[in-house]
Design a protein around this ligand. Structure first.
Ligand SMILES: C[S@@+](CC[C@H](N)C(=O)[O-])C[C@H]1O[C@@H](n2cnc3c(N)ncnc32)[C@H](O)[C@@H]1O
Length: 332
């Protein structure tokens, strides 16, 4: 019998079916964000016609999109009036610390890579960066750095701060630290720790804004630096390298050698990255990331860390949905 309810085949067909159409949901959220619909409703409840007039959009399409958002639990309808739910007020209005708008905008830019994937498979050159840079460069860099902050605020930084021990250590260098969110999470839990975010000038400007928003300027400082040219400081107790060792083209050996030189003997290296398993069959987030940017497997990464002169390499247990792996190691 083919039309047999709850057969394994029907379950699989259902799963594959869902996997293949889910991008519509992502694009709907990205469009609602890009056209300012969430921010508009963050100011006050409104009809679709008012939202459309304020944002210079088509009223009928706005109404249809809001129905989709209602089905996702992001808006609520009362007669003809739409309002944000507490979930979207917390995550889709820019004043909230848990705002996810920049990662939504960044995902929309990255969509260009995925839309182009067939041509890329047929040999077209250019990774996600080149495709994404088709947009206004400054805006897209800002979205990218704040997207890192959004991601960190969506659970990663809290887990990181909870699970990584820097007990007894005072100085931390956060290489390519971006918005500085992981440094802030560690400093919040370790009152005697101070961190320095080392990054390019265009990123440091954004990092200072984010750190000031959290009132942590005294604990998390910034320094302009270029990992291709500069050393990572001297006599540091901790070096953090989060999401800067993305596979074979990331200059991992050079960065690890500089981290080793920057640490005191017994100093702690912390690495956070998207790492594939030893068989290179997943997990899904590192596998996706490997396709766009590049990713090491866990044994490849631990091999690089050991080759740079670190010992006592440990994997910090993290919940699976986080996607990133954290490793710590000690300079001998
Ligand atoms: C993927 S982000 C990671 C940000 C942060 N560590 C995190 O995990 O949220 C990579 C960071 O490396 C920085 N970066 C890129 N090239 C760099 C260079 N040559 N020297 C220093 N930082 C650089 C970028 O500005 C960006 O902040």
């Amino acid at each position: 019998m083919i039309f047999k309810k709850r057969s394994r085949e029907i379950r699989w067909a259902c799963q594959v079916n869902e996997l293949s159409w889910n991008y519509r949901v992502a694009r709907a959220i990205q469009a609602a964000h890009a056209t300012g619909i969430f921010e508009r409703l963050g100011k006050s409840s409104a009809t679709a016609a008012t939202v459309a007039a304020d944002r210079k959009l088509d009223a009928e399409k706005v109404d249809q999109l809001l129905i989709v958002m209602a089905a996702l639990g992001l808006v609520r309808r009362s007669g003809e009036t739409w309002q944000l739910t507490p979930k979207s007020r917390t995550t889709l209005v820019s004043a909230s610390p848990f705002y996810q708008g920049n990662i939504i905008a960044h995902s929309a830019q990255v969509a260009a890579f995925w839309n182009d994937l067939e041509s890329i498979l047929r040999g077209k050159k250019g990774g996600w960066g080149r495709v994404a840079k088709g947009g206004p460069a400054i805006r897209s860099h800002r979205d990218f750095i704040l997207a890192m902050h959004n991601m960190a605020m969506a659970g990663r930084a809290a887990e990181f701060g909870d699970r990584v021990s820097v007990k007894g250590r005072r100085t931390l260098m956060d290489i390519g630290g971006g918005p500085g969110t992981y440094s802030m999470a560690l400093c919040e839990r370790n009152p005697r720790l101070t961190a320095t975010v080392f990054d390019l000038p265009k990123t440091i400007r954004i990092a200072r804004e984010v750190i000031a928003r959290f009132g942590m300027q005294d604990r998390v400082r910034t320094v302009v630096g270029d990992w291709d040219k500069d050393e990572f400081g001297r006599a540091k107790d901790v070096v953090l390298m989060s999401n800067i060792l993305h596979g074979p083209t990331s200059g991992a050996e050079m960065k690890l050698a500089k981290a080793h030189r920057a640490l005191v003997p017994g100093g702690l290296l912390i690495i956070q990255d998207f790492l594939m398993n030893a068989e290179k069959t997943g997990p899904l987030i590192p596998a996706i990331f490997n396709m766009m940017v590049g990713a090491f497997s866990l044994p490849e990464m631990t091999g690089h860390i050991a080759a740079a002169g670190f010992r006592n390499i440990r994997k910090v247990a993290m919940p699976e949905n986080v996607g990133a792996t954290i490793l710590t190691a000690v300079k001998q």
